[in-house]
Design a protein around this ligand. Structure first.
Ligand SMILES: *Cc1c(COP(=O)(O)O)cnc(C)c1O
Length: 360
């Protein structure tokens, strides 16, 4: 039995320590005689699991007291509707469209009000982040929306947009906990956890308290109202309990690794290894503008679709899995999230060097 280096964009690699510890506790969690999957979400044991997970996340991200942390279901995509339903008091919102996920979020919001696309990078296949220092932010916008790290295209906002005083809402699914953030700059930070934190199907929403109101759009379901979940501390109904448990283990792992400053350093080192190779390679090249490169998702191409396909196939045979790029970009994409060890990127670069020598 051997583990591969898994470069999947999501669901994605998790820390081996976390998987091993979950395996050890599978039949008997902490003397309860049952798995976390089998226990009541109202039990003492689970109360402690969710409480500790929240406390550790607050510590890692330095989340101020006037923000709530919600552990919800429906993945990141459910937030595409939940955000406008809860925040669109004027029925107007500004969206910065830097990829498919932001685009999907914008079209969902358009079901509930007027959506202004105040910036986009679609003209160049989303290969860059537009200048967001002086955007035509709408006077009556309820919020400005971004997708902070574009999983498919491999770009990241290195600076947050100037929202001119409007609430900033950010989808951080694929850069969650990859580096320190200043939570106070956002109204909502949210992300599906299957990219960088835990099992699919769950989303973490960090939301400023004043945005949690009963004044939601008419017809908003109880389950899609932030207040429902904030009032019930994410236990309004049965939460994604096992997912929360695994996320909690990943938070502990991150703390043991030295927290988000240390993760940033580690992630920069890993990404530099791959980007430096791409920049001098005669066969492979990166597909996005250097200044906007993501630390998490690294797309690259050879320029020859058949050669790309062969690379993906041979890499898989060598234990380097899920390197095929998204169908809208083609080529390859290496997702090198928090849990990807440096050795995994070293193995990838060594394989790319060998492939380059054999195919030039
Ligand atoms: C994967 C992803 C999503 C969708 O997540 P689901 O949990 O499948 O809904 C949304 N936004 C970004 C940035 C993603 O990477």
């Amino acid at each position: 039995m051997g583990r591969v280096y898994n470069f999947s964009a999501g669901p994605a690699v998790l820390p081996e320590e976390v998987l091993k510890s979950a395996a050890e506790e599978m039949l008997d969690y902490n003397g309860t005689g049952m798995s976390v999957m089998e226990m009541s979400h109202r039990s003492k044991a689970f109360e402690e699991i969710i409480g500790t997970a929240e406390a550790d996340l607050r510590e890692l991200m330095n989340i101020p007291d006037n923000y709530k942390v919600l552990f919800l279901q429906g993945g990141a995509s459910q937030q595409f509707a939940m955000i406008p339903m809860n925040l669109m008091k004027n029925r107007v919102a500004d969206y910065i469209v830097t990829g498919q996920w932001a685009k999907k979020a914008a079209s969902e919001a358009a079901k509930y009000g007027k959506v202004n696309k105040i910036a986009s990078s679609e003209d160049k296949t989303f290969s860059y982040i537009p200048d967001c220092s002086d955007l035509p932010v709408s006077e009556d916008a309820d919020y400005v929306y971004i997708c902070e790290n574009n999983t498919i295209y491999g770009t990241k906002f290195k600076e947050l947009p100037n929202t001119k005083g409007k609430i900033l809402v950010a989808d951080v699914s694929s850069c969650f906990l990859s580096e320190p953030v200043d939570v106070t700059k956002y109204g909502i930070i949210y992300g599906g956890v299957q990219k960088n934190i835990g099992p699919a199907g769950m989303v973490i929403v960090i939301i400023r308290e004043d945005l949690i109101t009963e004044d939601v759009l008419p017809g908003t379901p109880t389950m899609l109202t932030y207040k429902t979940h904030a009032d019930a501390k994410s236990l309004y109904n049965t939460p994604p309990a096992y997912g929360i448990y695994i996320c909690g283990k990943v938070f502990k792992w991150l703390k043991a690794m030295g927290g988000l400053e240390a993760m940033k350093e580690r992630n920069e080192k890993k990404a530099a290894l791959l980007y430096d190779f791409l920049d001098q390679s005669r066969l492979f090249k990166g597909t996005v503008e250097k200044k906007d490169r993501s630390l998490m998702n690294v797309p690259f191409v050879t320029g020859d679709a058949d050669l790309d396909a062969r690379f993906v196939k041979e890499a898989k045979a060598a234990g380097l899995e899920n390197l095929k790029g998204h169908r809208s970009v083609g080529g390859m994409r290496a997702s090198i999230y928090n849990a990807m060890p440096y050795e995994g990127v070293e193995a990838l670069v060594a394989f790319m060097k060998k492939f380059e020598e054999e195919n030039l």
